[in-house]
Structures are given as C-alpha cells and as structure tokens.
Design a protein around this ligand. Structure first.
Ligand code: HEM
Length: 179
C-alpha cells in the first residue's frame, strides 16, 4: 500500500526531540556518575536520577512506537542506498534503546531490589537471573551506550547533509516546517 503520510505528527516530532535531548543527557549523566566516589553528595542521587529517567524513557519509547504504528511516518528521502541506511539506522536506534533499558534493569535489580522511579512507583526486581548478572549487564550497557551515541551522531550528520547539501525536506519534516 502506498504511504500517503506527508508529515510527522506534531506529537511524533515532540517525542523525537525530547528523546534526543534525554538520550544525550543520560549519556552525559552516566559518564559522570561512574566516576563519583562514595563521599560525593551525588553518589546516590545521580544513579537514582539515571534509573528513574531511564524507566520513564523506556515507557516513552514504547509509546512512541505505538504512536508511529497508529499515525505512520513520511517516506524517507534520498538515493535508494540512503533510504535503506536511514531506515536501518532508525530501527537500530530503537533496538539499542530497548537493549539499554533491559541491560540497565538487569544491572540495577540483580541484588533483589526494585527500581524506584522518583517517589512515584517501583519496578519490581526479578532477582539474579544469571551468574555475574550485574557485571555482564554493566559491560553490555556500557558498549551499547557508546554505540547508540555514535550512531545518533552519524544520524544527526546525515540529517544536516540532507538539509544543507541536498536541500531536501528531511530535517524540515522533523522540525515541522516542511511544505
Ligand atoms: C540521541 C539522539 C537521537 C535519537 C535517538 C534519534 C532517533 C531517531 C529515530 C528513531 C528516528 C525515526 C523516527 C521514526 O520512527 O519515524 C529519527 C528521525 C529523524 N531524526 Fe533523529 N534522533 C536523534 C537525534 C537527532 C538529531 C540531533 C537530529 C538533527 C540534527 C535528528 C534528525 C532527525 C530527522 C530529520 C529525522 C527524520 C528522518 C526521515 O524521516 O527521513 N535526530 N531520529
């Protein structure tokens, strides 16, 4: 069936930029907090924020996919190989996000304690599901975080190339100023 969707829904655009800012913020927070020592006043607060925001981001990302399914998305513009690469990058970013949520959950819950999301609700722990869970999930989380940030940087460069070199509608569609 032909794709008749011409624009991103306003909520899809808001969620894209919200997630972009939060992902970059989470990377910076994660990078900074692993260097904190026990005597820092942020030693407990920073991981609490990282975990709380991470769970909320998981909910927002799941909602975003449902919303995309309901509202659709406009065609990707460019040469055939660019269209394939862009779609692969979008899919991979969603997969990396979910792999980050799962590995983050596994790090935080291996000691049997759930994740308190601010003071609002607690995501229960499933306990230790495999040996050395927290170390293995921690290593996976670390490499996935760098991979996502690297891919997001390439993705942003591609969007800028479409805007300034190809002068097409790609970036305007996500900003909301396309014709
Ligand atoms: C961590 C940061 C980012 C993540 C995780 C991310 C993720 C995504 C994803 C998953 C899509 C596909 C949307 C859909 O489901 O239809 C998308 C689309 C898009 N993103 Fe990003 N993005 C990020 C940052 C950026 C930045 C910084 C820019 C601009 C410089 C940008 C520009 C775009 C554009 C223009 C599209 C639409 C592409 C098209 O329809 O052909 N993104 N982004």
């Amino acid at each position: 069936m032909a794709n008749t969707v011409k624009h991103y829904h306003p909520l899809s655009r808001i969620l894209h930029w919200l997630v972009a800012v939060v992902v970059i913020g989470m990377f910076a927070l994660g990078y900074w907090m692993v260097g904190l020592n026990y005597y820092s006043e942020w030693y407990r607060t920073a991981p609490h924020w990282h975990k709380s925001v991470g769970i909320l981001l998981a909910l927002v990302t799941a909602f975003r996919l449902v919303w995309k399914h309901l509202k659709g998305a406009p065609e990707v513009e460019g040469k055939p190989y660019e269209v394939v690469a862009a779609k692969a990058a979008h899919l991979l970013m969603y997969l990396l996000l979910f792999a980050l949520f799962i590995s983050g959950y596994l790090i935080s819950t291996s000691d049997g304690r759930g994740i308190e999301v601010f003071t609002w609700f607690t995501v229960p722990s499933l306990g230790e599901l495999f040996a050395n869970q927290s170390d293995i999930a921690g290593a996976v989380h670390y490499y996935l975080a760098y991979t996502l940030i690297g891919l997001a940087a390439l993705h942003a460069l591609a969007a800028l190339k479409h805007h300034f070199v190809d002068k097409d509608n790609t970036l305007r569609k996500m900003i909301g100023s396309s014709k």
